[in-house]
Write a protein that binds this ligand. Structure first.
Ligand SMILES: Nc1ncnc2c1ncn2[C@@H]1O[C@H](COP(=O)(O)OP(=O)(O)OP(=O)(O)O)[C@@H](O)[C@H]1O
Ligand SMILES: [Mg+2]
Length: 266
């Protein structure tokens, strides 16, 4: 087996990147082996999957930062549950650009770190920060024989609407320079403000601007989904409800990724 890589991103904050990458990792791990990677120094994916919020202390020098600098992820993988592992992050990830410069590392440093474990997983799911920085470009630049894909998050807001073409440009750049196999799996609507009247208009606009890219599944706002960050996955009585919209999304994602030419290939 070789892992398929899925990077969740958009340079607008709060579009459900961490929530969606975390839930997707959890659901995929029901049947297959998953490595989740937190590339955001906020450590939200780390907290979401581990339930640990004291990330600076608990994961001190045990994060994706060290994995990248050593160009070997093996010592930094922690087990979350059967079939689901995580490389955590914490606030020190902010030092990554300076340390990469000092060590003369390039944007293929994450690729090198992951090479020793690429055959151990079916999926590598990566959460990125709301910025078009190294932390976003490196995952997009990571090649896998089995395919490397981006999921563009969109929350229905005007700010996110204008962030989409910029993110697609970054995907195009990573594809040209480092990762010819990179494809856009699609644009995922996570309507965190589901009551907003303009959602319909924004949905139509995105559909018109990027035909075929929109996932059919729309993640609607749910209090139970929001509460997952508090309640966690284990022994959570409302888990089924919280995951409702993500089950068809993960099926759609698998279909797109397994197509030879995904609809959104670019
Ligand atoms: N489907 C949903 N229903 C309700 N709340 C949601 C849903 N998805 C995400 N949220 C909530 O919206 C907020 C933003 O989500 P999240 O942190 O996943 O976004 P993000 O894109 O990772 O943010 P950042 O850009 O800061 O990394 C969080 O409080 C999260 O719990
Ligand atoms: Mg996040």
């Amino acid at each position: 087996m070789t892992a398929k890589i899925i990077t969740f991103g958009i340079s607008k904050g709060g579009c459900s990147k961490s929530t969606s990458s975390g839930i997707t990792s959890f659901l995929l791990s029901n049947d297959e082996k998953v490595l989740a990677i937190d590339m955001d120094g906020q450590g939200n994916l780390t907290s979401f999957l581990t339930g640990e919020y004291d990330i600076c202390n608990v994961f001190e020098e045990k994060t994706v930062l060290e994995a990248i600098l050593e160009e070997d992820a093996r010592s930094y993988i922690i087990k979350i549950k059967e079939n689901l592992d995580l490389i955590p992050s914490n606030d020190f990830l902010a030092t990554l650009p300076r340390k990469m410069f000092e060590k003369q590392l390039k944007l293929d440093a994450l690729q090198k770190a992951l090479e020793p474990v690429m055959e151990d997983y079916d999926w590598i799911i990566i959460d990125t920060p709301p910025a078009l920085s190294e932390q976003t470009v490196m995952p997009l630049s990571t090649y896998s024989e089995a395919g490397s894909f981006a999921v563009v998050m969109f929350d229905g807001s005007m700010f996110a609407y204008y962030a989409i073409p910029k993110f697609l440009e970054i995907i195009e750049g990573a594809k040209e320079r480092y990762n010819p196999s990179l494809k856009t799996a699609g644009i995922l609507f996570s309507l965190i403000d589901a009551r907003a009247k303009e959602n319909e208009v924004m949905l139509e606009a995105v559909e018109e601007d990027y035909p075929y890219l929109k996932f059919n599944t729309i993640i609607k706002r749910k209090a139970s989904t929001r509460r997952l960050a508090i309640e966690g996955f284990e022994g959570n009585a409302e888990l089924k409800n919280a995951l409702e919209y993500y089950i068809p999304f993960v099926e759609e994602l698998k279909e797109r990724v397994n197509q030879k030419q995904p609809q959104g290939s670019n």
